[in-house]
Design a protein around this ligand. Structure first.
Ligand SMILES: Nc1ncnc2c1ncn2[C@@H]1O[C@H](COP(=O)(O)OP(=O)(O)O)[C@@H](O)[C@H]1O
Ligand SMILES: [Mg+2]
Ligand SMILES: [Zn+2]
Length: 295
C-alpha cells in the first residue's frame, strides 16, 4: 500500500485560486440522485490514496452529506481560529457539513447565501495542505451548489455518474449541458450499477438494461471511463463505513474503482498537458462535440 506515487501534473492555477496547493480538482456529479455519486467519490478517492496520491474528499452535498457514513467518521474538526483541519481516515483528508452538525443525519435547512458561504469556506478555510487531488462529491441536480462550485473552484475535471437505464438519462443529460455551459471540463462518464455478477456463473447480468453510460458519453463527447458492477458488497461496506476499495481490495467491485482511478489519472494528465500548451478548450456546448479540444 505504501507505493511511490506516479507524479501527476497540475491544472493551471490562477492567483485568486481558492485552493492553490491542489493540483487537480475533480467534481463528481449527476443530474440524478441515488445513482452512486457518493459511492463513486469515496471509492475513487481511496483508490487514489492507495496508489500513493495525496487526496482530499469534500462532501459538497450540504442537504444530504454522505461522507460521515461512508467513511465511518464523526467528530468536530479542529481549528486554530483561522483554518479548519480536515478529518482524516484511511489516509484520506475529509470535510463534510456532517462533521459540524450535532446529528449528522438531520436535514439542513439553510438559505442560499449561508450555503454558499459554507461551501466557499470548505474550500478556502480548510487546511487541505498540498494535494494531488481534491474530489468533490456534489449533490444531485444542476442547482445552486453546482453553479457556485463551478464558479469558485477551478475544476479541471468532472465525472458524470449515471446508471444504465433509460429513465436516468434525461436528468443526467442536464448535468452534461450545465458543465458545457459553465465551462467545466467533462473528463469522463461512469456507469454505475452496470451489471450484476452472481455466484453461479461468470455472465454479466444486466439488470437495468444496457447502453446508458455509452449514450451519456456520446452526448458529452467524453469517454466512458468505467462500468461499475452492482454488488451487495458495495452497499454493505459503504454502510459499514469502510468502502469496498479499502475493505476488500481484491474484489471485482474494488478493481472496477481502481481501474477508474487509473483511467482518470491518464485523462487528467492529458487534459493538463493540452491546456498548459495554450490550447483552447472547446466550450461550444457540444456543437463540436467530437473535437473537444480546438486550437
Ligand atoms: N455499485 C453498487 N452496488 C451496490 N450498491 C450500490 C452501488 N452503488 C451505489 N450503491 C448503493 O446505492 C445507494 C445510493 O448510492 P449513493 O452513492 O448514496 O448515491 P448518490 O450519492 O448518487 O445519491 C447507497 O445505498 C449505495 O450503497
Ligand atoms: Mg450523494
Ligand atoms: Zn449468473
Amino acid at each position: 500500500m505504501v507505493e511511490q506515487r506516479t507524479p501527476i501534473s497540475s491544472r493551471t492555477i490562477a492567483e485568486d485560486d481558492p485552493v492553490p496547493d491542489v493540483k487537480n480538482v475533480v467534481l463528481i456529479m449527476s443530474g440524478k440522485g441515488g445513482v452512486g455519486k457518493s459511492t463513486v467519490a469515496a471509492n475513487l478517492s481511496l483508490a487514489l490514496v492507495r496508489a500513493g496520491y495525496r487526496v482530499g474528499l469534500l462532501d459538497a452535498d450540504m442537504y444530504g452529506p454522505s461522507v460521515p457514513t461512508l467513511l465511518g467518521i464523526t467528530g468536530q474538526p479542529l481549528s486554530d481560529g483561522k483554518r479548519i483541519r480536515p478529518l482524516e481516515r484511511f489516509g484520506l483528508r475529509l470535510m463534510s457539513i456532517g462533521f459540524l452538525l450535532d446529528d449528522p443525519k438531520s436535514a439542513i435547512v439553510w438559505r442560499g447565501p449561508m450555503l454558499h458561504g459554507a461551501l466557499v469556506q470548505f474550500l478556502k478555510d480548510v487546511d487541505w495542505g498540498g494535494l494531488d487531488f481534491l474530489i468533490l462529491d456534489l449533490p444531485p441536480g444542476t442547482g445552486d451548489i453546482a453553479l457556485t462550485l463551478s464558479q469558485r473552484v477551478r475544476a479541471n475535471g468532472s465525472l458524470i455518474v449515471t446508471t444504465p437505464q433509460e429513465v436516468a438519462l434525461q436528468d443526467v443529460y442536464k448535468s452534461v449541458s450545465m458543465c458545457q455551459k459553465v465551462g467545466i471540463p467533462i473528463t469522463g462518464v461512469v456507469e454505475n450499477e452496470s451489471y450484476f455478477l452472481c455466484d453461479g456463473c461468470d455472465k454479466r447480468h444486466e439488470l437495468f438494461g444496457s447502453g446508458g453510460g455509452q449514450k451519456v458519453a456520446e452526448f458529452a463527447g467524453a469517454p466512458l471511463l468505467a462500468q461499475i458492477p452492482l454488488h451487495p458488497d458495495v452497499r454493505q461496506w459503504g454502510d459499514a463505513g469502510t468502502p469496498v476499495v479499502q475493505a476488500s481490495p481484491g474484489s471485482g467491485s474494488a478493481k472496477a474503482f481502481v481501474d477508474l482511478a487509473e483511467r482518470l489519472v491518464v485523462e487528467l494528465d492529458r487534459h493538463n498537458a493540452e491546456t498548459s500548451e495554450g490550447l483552447v478548450i472547446d466550450r461550444s456546448g457540444g456543437v463540436n462535440k467530437h473535437l473537444p479540444i480546438a486550437r
